[in-house]
Design a protein around this ligand. Sequence first.
Ligand code: BES
Ligand code: ZN
Length: 389
Amino acid sequence: MRQMKLRAVLGALVLGSWAGANIETDLSNVLKLGPRVAGSAANESARVYLEGRFRALGYTTRRETFSYPRFDDLGSDVRVGERTLAGQALQGSAGGSVSAAAVLVPGVGTPEDFGRVDVRGRVAVVRRGQIPFAQKARNALGAGAAGLIVVNNVAGELRGGTLGERVELPVLGVTQEAGTALREGERVTLSVRVRQGEVRGVNVVAFKTGVTRPELLFGGHMDSVAGAPGANDNLSGTLAVLDLARRAANTPLAARSFFVLFDGEEDGLHGSRSFVKDNAALVGNLRAMFNFDMVGVNADPLAVGGDGDLVALARRANAGLESFPAGGGSDHVPFTQAGTPTLFFHRGIDPNYHQPGDRVADPALIGATVDAALRTADAVLSAAPAAAR
Ligand code: BES
Ligand code: ZN
């Protein structure tokens, strides 16, 4: 008995047929390409690679494109003497370069705060907090400042800060440490380089030729945020979808399913929104949409959320599967909004979420997620169709 087991393991190793081997290979091949920010070259290279994997499994792939506006910081900083302090342009900021004296405004940038100092033609420095970024920027502009620096009020970089509107002033967010290097009256050069551009996003839809009215849709986003390799968020979910396609390939499941890799999720669920909008009839016919996002790191045990009946079905089919209350911003949301029953698989927020450290995902965890999804898919498809109940 033991010998047989050993032989099976050896055989698997020799033939490379360990269930996780494909996932492992794909993980390393795609991670090599770098962060898959929507609209980037790496994002496109990853898509070409993944399309090839679906096709090798006998699926047809089709691309569906969409576009949306995005504000990009092309590299902004402030120079003080010989030092260059890194910073992030707040979304909506004007671009520009200003060399002028720094004025440390006491407070957070209310009109009263600006009333106590003279910032005309200068670079105003205020603390983050209490009032929205846009108000600080408008007050600074009203007081005649030529630029604004917002110093973080918590540790770390001031990432993802947004004015929520266009303000005709260069506005840079900096860390607390950078803030302490700014001195009253000292000349600084504020450089804000930004671009308001149009991103072209591309979803990949994989299916067996002839399948036009799928009952199940398995999806996950393949884009990632800037500066993060996105191993867990969300190459893990992407490869879960690909592995589902692999394991469904020569089974009846393939004839009843679509497999979709969404783009533009990190910029606001653009890919899934566009898919739902462009495929209304198909989406209306689905019995379930399964979304996979962050399933490769065990921050928490595997959990599902979403439609109550689906969650119950999934938990009956999988001992130990956890559930969580509805929520979580990911690609199931536009489907839920369209009335499709959705099931969202994830393993919680890991410490490297949206960080440069999001470099590893565990093939075994991805594979275990696929196991749970396959058991759930079986349960969904063997239940009586909604119309017949
Ligand atoms: N992967 C995350 C969502 C997520 C969080 C999944 C926790 C599982 C556990 C996703 O890529 C993301 O970052 N979403 C954004 C919202 C989106 C609309 C930009 C978020 O949650 O802030
Ligand atoms: Zn994600």
